[in-house]
Design a protein around this ligand. Structure first.
Ligand SMILES: *[C@@H]1O[C@H](CO)[C@@H](O)[C@H](O)[C@H]1NC(C)=O
Ligand SMILES: *[C@@H]1O[C@H](CO)[C@@H](O)[C@H](O)[C@H]1NC(C)=O
Ligand SMILES: *[C@@H]1O[C@H](CO)[C@@H](O)[C@H](O)[C@H]1NC(C)=O
Ligand SMILES: *[C@@H]1O[C@H](CO)[C@@H](O)[C@H](O)[C@H]1NC(C)=O
Ligand SMILES: *[C@@H]1O[C@H](CO)[C@@H](O)[C@H](O)[C@H]1NC(C)=O
Ligand SMILES: *[C@@H]1O[C@H](CO)[C@@H](O)[C@H](O)[C@H]1NC(C)=O
Ligand SMILES: *[C@@H]1O[C@H](CO)[C@@H](O)[C@H](O)[C@H]1NC(C)=O
Length: 409
């Protein structure tokens, strides 16, 4: 046998082994249990439950809802508060029956009102005080309902991302809305800004404006959105350099895409001055982790969205595209910013931090101390009208065309 043949056999053996290995292990390799990169018209962005749960744990370690707060509530009415309320996940969320939250009473232990239980067991329907329905799932309502049982519609997605026939099926069925809408029953924001427990006079910038070698970063997975943010970015790109990370660009901040968003931002905050926090939909009150990520790090966000940015966030903490006549002017502003001006955009960090609202505690509180426990009838804000209309008519995705026309670009 000549050496070429031996070489070829070894080569094929190696390739065969490699292919076998990949075929068998690819599903495992590409589906870490805590990450979901969904390629589906309904879920257009990355949903990372582990990141969410981690933030929850961090929040608790800071706020640490205390025993005294709990005792205070217990004093308000021991018997009522001691009664464990049952919260039943009626639909699943992203194929998870427990919405990745876990079942039992442990989750509520730290809450001001701790006596609640999460369950997925449908045969406990008659015991359930509250049924949770997740936005995209077809409701498939139960065939019976006791008079004090609450139906809660939970939504994280913006209306155009939810393709179930408007929300018509929920119109006359739900009692409570739980979403990022502030004018709903319960407000479940993606994140909130809280005053710092130990405020400082001045925030000391870790990496100065001049020490950052690049200008604008954008990490993105959805390249064609309802808000048409990409139109603005294309135009902005003519006057300033934008580095695009993720599925829509050629830059990569991590070997495994989206494995660790935090790792990307740790690099961004040392390298870039600005981050594009452009929402995929322009809807009332809709702001997401796209803004939380830069806020949690040392980088100035540029926003495009439907939130009331001026009121919802600290003064001088972000740059809003609608404050500029056109993308060229915005680019000019960014390109000519001084180090002192840049520092000012980070000063809010001396007094505030990013926190998460403990939404599960809000549910439990509602069941123990609210209009509901006072015996009132609970109806959604849209009651008497149409819930689907209330929900659906809250977006303004024509904004981009209006900006374009007004700015003449
Ligand atoms: C994602 O979906 C789009 C549209 O359905 C399709 O063209 C694309 O190949 C999909 N990508 C992956 C990675 O599955
Ligand atoms: C309610 O719980 C408190 C402590 O959590 C306990 O001391 C009290 O006896 C309980 N009351 C009732 C009526 O079960
Ligand atoms: C929802 O609102 C959009 C405009 O934002 C409109 O184009 C669409 O027809 C509405 N859908 C329903 C079901 O009302
Ligand atoms: C900026 O870079 C210089 C030179 O590398 C370094 O000495 C300085 O500490 C850095 N300062 C900030 C605030 O980034
Ligand atoms: C910006 O423009 C360059 C060409 O000048 C192009 O290669 C790049 O893809 C553009 N980036 C964006 C985000 O549009
Ligand atoms: C991405 O594309 C831009 C413009 O085409 C180029 O300058 C840059 O080097 C590319 N980056 C990588 C990591 O390929
Ligand atoms: C919940 O909503 C339904 C449907 O509108 C209503 O009939 C019921 O009285 C409400 N339940 C409570 C406890 O208010």
């Amino acid at each position: 046998m000549n050496s070429d043949k031996v070489y070829n056999r070894i080569k094929y053996l190696i390739i065969f082994t490699l292919v076998t290995f990949l075929v068998y292990f690819q599903p495992l390799e590409h589906k870490p249990s805590h990450i979901r990169v969904l390629n589906n018209s309904l879920y257009t962005e990355v949903v990372d439950d582990e990141q969410e749960n981690e933030l929850l744990r961090r929040e608790l370690s800071v706020t640490g809802i205390t025993e005294s707060q709990r005792r205070l509530n217990v004093e308000k009415g021991e018997e009522v508060i001691n009664l464990t309320k049952v919260i039943l996940f009626w639909t699943s969320r992203l194929d998870q029956p427990d919405w990745s939250r876990g079942v039992g009473t442990k989750q509520f232990q730290h809450c001001p009102y701790p006596n609640c239980e999460y369950t997925t067991e449908k045969d406990r329907l008659d015991d359930a005080d509250m049924l949770l329905f997740y936005c995209e799932e077809l409701p498939n309502f139960p065939d019976r309902r006791h008079p004090r049982q609450l139906y809660v519609h939970v939504t994280k997605e913006a209306p155009p991302n939810v393709k179930i026939n408007g929300y018509g099926m929920y119109d006359n069925a739900i009692n409570v809305t739980a979403s990022y809408r502030k004018d709903g029953t319960l407000w479940f924001p993606y994140f909130v800004i809280r005053p710092k427990e130990n405020p400082e006079d001045r925030y000391v910038v870790r990496t100065s404006y001049t020490n950052r070698s690049r200008s604008v970063a954008w990490l993105v997975s959805n390249c064609n959105t309802d808000s048409k943010r990409e139109m603005y970015i294309n135009e902005l790109n003519k006057s300033i350099t934008i580095d695009v990370y993720g599925a829509c660009g050629n830059m990569s901040c991590d070997d495994e895409e989206y494995k660790n968003i935090d790792a990307c931002f740790k690099m961004f905050e040392k390298t870039y001055r600005f981050y594009l926090a452009f929402e995929n939909n322009i809807c009332k009150d809709y702001y997401t982790e796209k803004l939380a990520n830069p806020f949690r790090h040392e980088i100035v966000p540029i926003v495009f969205g439907g939130a009331d940015y001026e009121h919802d966030f600290p003064e001088h903490s972000l740059i809003n595209v609608i404050d500029f006549p056109n993308p060229e002017d915005l680019a000019q502003y960014l390109n000519t910013m001084t180090e002192v001006e840049y520092d000012e955009y980070l000063q809010w960090k001396a007094k505030y931090r990013v926190g998460v609202k403990l939404n599960h505690c809000t549910l439990c509180e509602f069941l123990h101390d609210s209009a509901y426990t006072r015996g009132e009838e609970i109806l959604p804000p849209s009651y008497g009208g149409s819930y689907s209309k209330w929900w659906n008519d809250s977006c303004h995705n024509d904004l981009i065309y209006e900006l374009k026309e007004k700015g003449g670009w």
